[in-house]
Ligand binder design. Structure first.
Ligand SMILES: NC(=O)c1ccc[n+]([C@@H]2O[C@H](COP(=O)([O-])OP(=O)(O)OC[C@H]3O[C@@H](n4cnc5c(N)ncnc54)[C@H](OP(=O)(O)O)[C@@H]3O)[C@@H](O)[C@H]2O)c1
Length: 336
């Protein structure tokens, strides 16, 4: 089904990744529109060897759009997504605006692809980047022995917060190299040479990011019994989120069993080498790739039958743009 696709937020980090992934995967779009705020109208973006002129994301420009990939933030999405739906588009939204709406499915194609086809509001939500890579790694393990409890600590890259955050980190790194204390412009404090918990406050002394990991994991698995204990931390890495994950199951699962399941799991690239210094999935290597890289799968030393793993993925690709394009591929395949 050749269709018209709009990328809303096309000038941003995720929007530009969406354009290149549509191109790389030869997505069957006969027309692609690059939409952003009024500020960017007239800019052009490279696509399929030519250029797309950026237009304003507004009601009129959704005419004839079949699939609208949104990555423009939560408030533009709340305002614009219903307009795109009213014009006949299926919206796949990257922001937090719709994720916990009971009438909006929250989809990771490797985990719950069927949910994409029950969308009473015409909107499908893309989960948070740190949740996507977690659930892709956990899915084969949940199938093996029903997960009861996950303890996850994240090491999240600056690009998870958008282009301006990347610019802030790079400027801070230059200041640090010049022997100055970094001055933050976007982050709430220095990130170069430092670690930060920079997300907005949620409830009970958790950040909003931490609560997203709890609620989204349960919604995607359709299992409110899964316990998730999260700590989210920003690290001075440009792109590539890492996660240290402890998992306890309803029955004992060994590292050997877990590796056998992860080896053939869709979207997972398993690194099985025994521990050696510097030999584990790293953001610098995983960046630009599609897989969720899982390594350091080992039996927990204190809790029999529980596991520890290390999970790394490109937050702009599998954590955002790629997941959205994969959902669009499901929609197009079903329409054929
Ligand atoms: N970065 C990640 O790893 C990641 C992962 C998962 C989800 N997300 C989500 O994806 C969204 C975009 O993230 P990003 O990292 O790409 O941010 P970004 O680099 O700051 O880009 C933001 C984009 O939104 C557009 N925009 C802002 N206000 C708009 C408006 N009123 N109308 C239309 N377009 C508007 C911007 O257009 P202008 O250039 O015209 O301002 C730009 O294209 C956010 O909701 C974010 O939470 C990001």
């Amino acid at each position: 089904m050749p269709c018209t696709v709009a990328v809303v937020g096309a000038t941003g980090l995720v929007g530009r990744a969406m354009l290149s992934i549509l191109e790389e995967r030869n997505f069957p779009a006969e027309r692609v529109l690059a939409l952003a705020s009024r500020r960017s109208v007239g800019r052009s973006l490279p696509f399929r060897g030519g250029e797309l002129e950026v237009q304003e994301a507004c009601d009129a420009n959704f005419a004839g759009v079949d699939i609208a990939l949104f990555s423009a933030g939560a408030s533009p999405s709340r305002e614009l997504a219903p307009m795109a739906v009213a014009r006949g588009a299926v919206v796949i939204d990257n922001s937090s605006a719709w994720r916990m709406d009971p009438e909006v499915p929250l989809v990771v194609p490797e985990v719950n692809p069927e949910a994409a086809f029950v969308r009473p509001k015409g909107i499908i939500a893309n989960p948070n980047c740190s949740t996507i890579q977690l659930v892709v790694a956990l899915k084969p393990l949940h199938d093996l022995g029903r997960i009861e409890h996950v303890v996850v600590s994240t090491y999240q890259a600056a690009s998870g917060k958008g282009q301006e955050a990347v610019d802030d980190l790079l400027a801070q790194q230059r200041q640090l190299a010049a022997g100055q204390r970094p001055v933050a412009t976007i982050f709430p404090g220095p990130l170069a040479g430092n670690l930060l918990c920079d997300w907005q406050a949620g409830t009970d002394d958790y950040s909003e990011e931490e609560l997203k990991m709890v609620n989204e994991t349960r919604k995607i698995f359709g299992d409110p019994r899964i316990g998730v204990s999260p700590t989210t931390v920003r690290v001075p890495v440009v792109t590539g989120h890492s996660e240290s994950v402890f998992v306890r199951f309803a029955r004992p699962i060994s590292a050997l069993e877990a590796k056998a399941a992860l080896r053939s799991a869709p979207g997972v690239s398993l690194q099985e080498e025994p521990y050696a210094p510097g030999r584990h999935p790293q953001p610098i290597d995983c960046c630009g790739h599609d897989a969720v890289f899982v390594g350091r799968v080992r039996d927990d030393l204190a809790v029999p039958g529980a596991l520890n793993l290390w999970v790394v993925a490109d937050n702009l690709r599998k954590g955002a743009a790629l997941n959205a394009v994969q959902i669009a591929e499901l929609i197009v395949a079903r329409a054929r």
